[in-house]
Each structure stands twice: as C-alpha cells, then as structure tokens.
Design a protein around this ligand. Structure first.
Ligand code: PYR
Length: 290
C-alpha cells in the first residue's frame, strides 16, 4: 500500500495507459467502481451540485459541499480520488484552504479551472474565462498549498470554446510552467486537439469523455493514439442511475406496484455482497456472542 493518495494516483497513471477515471457520486458507487477494476475515481462538481444539492453546475456549491462527499468516498475506498474544485472557491488564500482541506479529506488530486467564478458546465455555451495571468495565479496558489509533493494539481482550461485552440494550449503551457502536474483541456471537439496538447505540455493530459457534450465518445484505443494519459467518465453511472430511478418512481406511482421494474434493481443479495454486509454481521455476532 502506497501511503499517500497522491502517490497512489501517480502509480495508477503509470500502471494503466491511458488511465480510466470513473465518476462515483457517493461512497457506495466508489466501492462498485473499485470492485469493477477501476484504478482511479472521480468526484464531479456537476455531480455534487446535482446529486447532493439538487442544483445545476453553475458555481453555486462550495468547498464544504465537496468536502462532505470527498470524506465519505475516501472513508469507503483507498482508490485514488480526483476531485473537481471548480475555480478553487475564491482568491489565493481560499484556493490554498481548498487544497489543504481536500487533501486532508483524503483526495489524491484536484482540477482547478480558468472559468470566472460564476462558472458554467464546461460543455454549455456562454462560458467566460479569467485572464491567463489570473489562471496562472490560481495554479501558483494551488501548487504552493500542496501538503506533500505527490499531491496532484491538474489545471483545466475552458479556453477552446472562448478563445480557440492556440489560446487553450498557451494557457496549458503557462499552467505547467507555474507548477501544474497535469492538464485537462475541457470540451475538445476533435481527437487531434488532444495530440496537440500532449505535444505542447509534456505532462499527462486528461480527456473528459462526458456524454451528451461537445466531445465525441472517443474510445480508450483512439485516445491512446493521441497520447492521452487519462480518460474521464465523470457522470456515466450517475446518468444511468438517474434514468433508472425516474423509471422506478414513475412506474410505482402509475402502476401501484413495483413488480414491473424489479428487473431494473440491484438485488438485496448483490447489495450486501458489494457492501461486505455479511462480514459486518459476523463481526457483530462474534463481539456479542452469548
Ligand atoms: C464535471 O463533471 O463537473 C466536470 O467538470 C467534468
């Protein structure tokens, strides 16, 4: 067992090329993802907003909201967790506090972006970004606040949609210069764009393969040819669970029974299996043996 979360994230990146990073909306999903073989997991800002708060991904949620979910996930699994910290939740000292708090809560890595604080989902229109200088200051504050060297600060740029590819690449290079460990070019529209980032930044590059967005659903094999280091699926399971939940709610309401949707459900036996329920029960029986 490698003893810091950041070191475990870096080891995963070496072990798997490109590294698949799968979104886990809560502690139980983190367990399911881990048991499915994923070597790294992700807490989406859009996911915290929608799933934990019932709010859109518009910079409404704050550090405490994210920390609650990070702690729950890292208490359940050792799988290294990448956390979306949006714009860092404020100025230099707020960013420092965010990094320290998220790392203390057990996260391995964060991504911090160059949108204005009243941010939008990366795959929606009308985004606005801060200047390159302001983004570099964010990265400097984040890197300076690292509690240990292996903690990963990833810089995300949303510039493609606002200023174009060259500006996005320039920003990424400036962030690496300022100490960013990895680069997340958001909302790419062509495979070749990733390759240009990879060649320019010389640090691992993440491709966000989110559904129903601006980026085609490139496969791991395709992204490997472009030299991408990490492939992110931020909300895939969340979208699927939402669809299943809505079907169950609507059918139970309409039919007066859940009989027609039982096939959509995880069985009690499977739930207990993935949770390790029986080990807890046996422990209890052993503790309080009569
Ligand atoms: C999100 O899922 O919220 C991202 O920013 C990728």
């Amino acid at each position: 067992q490698i003893n810091t979360a950041g070191a475990r994230f870096r080891a995963a990146l070496v072990a798997e090329k490109p590294l698949q990073i799968i979104g886990a909306i809560n502690a139980y999903h983190a367990m399911l993802a881990t048991q499915s073989g994923f070597k790294a997991i992700y807490l989406s800002g859009g996911g915290v907003a929608a799933g934990s708060l019932g709010l859109p991904d518009l910079g409404i949620s704050g550090l405490e909201d994210v920390l609650v979910d990070v702690r729950r996930i890292t208490d359940a699994v050792d799988t290294p967790l990448l956390v979306d910290i949006d714009t860092g939740f404020g100025g230099a000292f707020n960013i420092a506090r965010t990094i320290k708090s998220v790392a203390k809560a057990g996260a391995a890595a964060v991504h911090i972006e160059d949108q204005v604080s009243a941010k939008r989902c990366g795959h929606r229109p009308n985004k606005a970004i801060v200047s390159l200088e302001e983004m570099v200051d964010r990265v400097k504050a984040a890197v300076d606040a690292k509690p240990y060297d292996d903690f990963v600060v990833m810089a995300r740029t949303d510039a493609l949609a606002v200023e174009g590819l060259q500006s996005a690449i320039d920003r990424a290079c400036a962030c690496v210069e300022a100490g960013a460990d990895m680069i997340f070019p958001e909302a790419m529209t062509e495979l070749g764009m990733y390759q240009q980032f990879v060649e320019a930044v010389k640090v691992p590059v993440l491709a966000n393969i989110t559904e129903f967005g601006s980026t085609p659903l490139f496969t791991v094999e395709e992204l490997a040819t472009a030299g991408v280091g990490m492939v992110l699926y931020p909300l895939s399971a969340f979208r699927a669970m939402n669809q299943a939940a809505l079907q169950v709610y609507q059918r139970v309401r309409k039919d007066g029974t859940q009989k027609h949707v039982v096939d959509l459900m995880q069985t009690r036996a499977d739930l207990y299996e993935h949770l390790g329920y029986h080990a807890f029960e046996q422990k209890l029986d052993a503790l309080y043996k009569k």
